[in-house]
Design a protein around this ligand. Structure first.
Ligand code: HEM
Length: 382
């Protein structure tokens, strides 16, 4: 049995998880724990895993198969073909005006001058409202999602399979109600949910179970990451007035800046794999069936690739940035995420004179599995 190299839920790790992963990358780059199996922290080791999906399978759970991220080829390929269609750039462009209205209204709601807690009152609201605009879901379903995210994250941290199962079942029945209501609309409409319901996989109609699983991925899986990203971006520009000022005068630099900010301070912490045969990661040999956790939150800060990981250099660092993954499971939602984040930052910068940190209320970090900040207090001048 491998030894316990670290405890991912140690309060000292959770207090500032990104710094803790920085230290582990230097001292124990492939570290074992009962909770996560083999945690892989170095950029080169993570890339090697991503490039070898036959040895490092994504089929980590037979009990809860997730579409598409819990599948390997050829099944994964069939689902990706279908899913990628929903994120084409012409498809995304349709939503920009609506996302901008949502962002402008939230900026309009900021105090003319004063403190504002950004995570609950801006980031999460924006992530949920844009999601609702994209999927055309009823407001009460979106509010249920807001509660669901918090329950699911604390059950993951507590390692409570029963809590997670109950949260997953509650989510599934919420989504199933939306799906059934859509099926009943005569003639249907052209919204994303309805189009997904009418999709075909390998020449057969998609099943309700598959739709619910995809929807779980598009909503529950990603809302937390989107909200975390907005918090991280606002925190970063508030801490770096010179970068904030450049982005105010050169909004064309915003997309590359966002990818780089989210490399430095990661919104998504990790993803899982399982070995299909004897292999190794770093210096560690593993047998078949071993659990592996790849840490985006560490690989993207590896000094052997990014020199000074905290230094903001969008042009230099873009080619190695693993923000949206790599290989066959790379993020299909990246065009939507990039659009939402760009529109949010553009609206915030256009609608304010300055954003600075409110030093009187310290921000605190979110704990695994969430990334980013739990709360963020910003002084706004409009
Ligand atoms: C800033 C926001 C986001 C980040 C940083 C992010 C990052 C990632 C990463 C790193 C992966 C690869 C996972 C792996 O290799 O195991 C991934 C996969 C995925 N993402 Fe995202 N994502 C974001 C937003 C979104 C959004 C908005 C959606 C959809 C609405 C989405 C849908 C997915 C799906 C379905 C997969 C699984 C792909 C597959 O297994 O083939 N993501 N994401």
């Amino acid at each position: 049995m491998p030894t316990e190299d670290w405890d991912p839920r140690d309060p000292r790790v959770l207090a500032d998880q990104v710094r803790a992963y920085d230290q582990l990358r230097a001292t124990c780059p492939v570290a074992h724990s009962e909770y996560l199996g083999w945690s892989v922290f170095r950029h080169s080791d993570v890339v090697a895993i991503l490039d070898d999906h036959e040895t490092f399978s994504s089929q980590v759970s037979d009990a809860h198969p997730a579409v598409p991220n819990g599948f390997d080829p050829p099944r994964h390929t069939s689902y990706r073909r279908l899913i990628d269609e929903f994120f084409r750039s012409d498809e995304m462009a349709r939503y920009e005006p609506e996302f901008r209205e949502i962002a402008d209204a939230l900026v309009e709601g900021l105090p003319p001058e004063g403190e504002h807690e950004f995570i609950d009152n801006f980031a999460l609201s924006y992530a949920l409202e844009t999601q609702q605009a994209w999927l055309r879901w009823p407001t009460e379903t979106v509010q249920a999602l807001r509660r669901w995210i918090a329950v699911s994250q604390s059950a993951t941290l507590a390692g409570e399979p029963d809590g997670l199962k109950a949260a997953a079942q509650e989510f599934d029945s919420t989504v199933r109600r939306v799906v059934e209501a859509r099926r009943e609309v005569p003639g249907g409409s052209d919204d994303v949910t309805t189009r997904l319901l009418r999709s075909r996989v390998d020449d057969r109609p998609i099943t309700d179970d598959e739709v619910v699983s995809i929807m779980r991925n598009w909503t529950a899986g990603e809302l937390g990451t989107m909200a975390a990203s907005i918090g991280i971006i606002v925190d970063f520009v508030a801490r770096h007035p010179e970068i904030q000022s450049t982005l105010r005068t050169s909004p064309g630099d915003i997309p590359a800046a966002i990818d780089e900010i989210l490399r430095i301070h990661p919104p998504l912490i990790s993803n899982r794999r399982v070995t299909t045969r004897a292999t190794s990661a770093g210096d560690h040999h593993m047998g078949p069936g071993e659990r592996v956790t790849i840490f985006w939150a560490s690989a993207n800060r590896d000094a052997t690739v990014f020199d000074d990981p905290d230094h903001f250099d969008p042009v230099r660092n873009a080619p190695d940035n693993l923000l949206y993954g790599r290989g066959i499971h790379d993020c299909p939602g990246a065009p939507l995420a990039r659009l939402e984040l760009r529109v949010a930052l553009e609206a915030l910068l256009a609608g304010t004179v300055s954003l600075t940190l409110d030093e009187t209320v310290p921000s605190d970090f979110a704990a695994y599995p969430a990334g980013g900040l739990r709360s963020l207090h910003i002084h706004v001048v409009r």
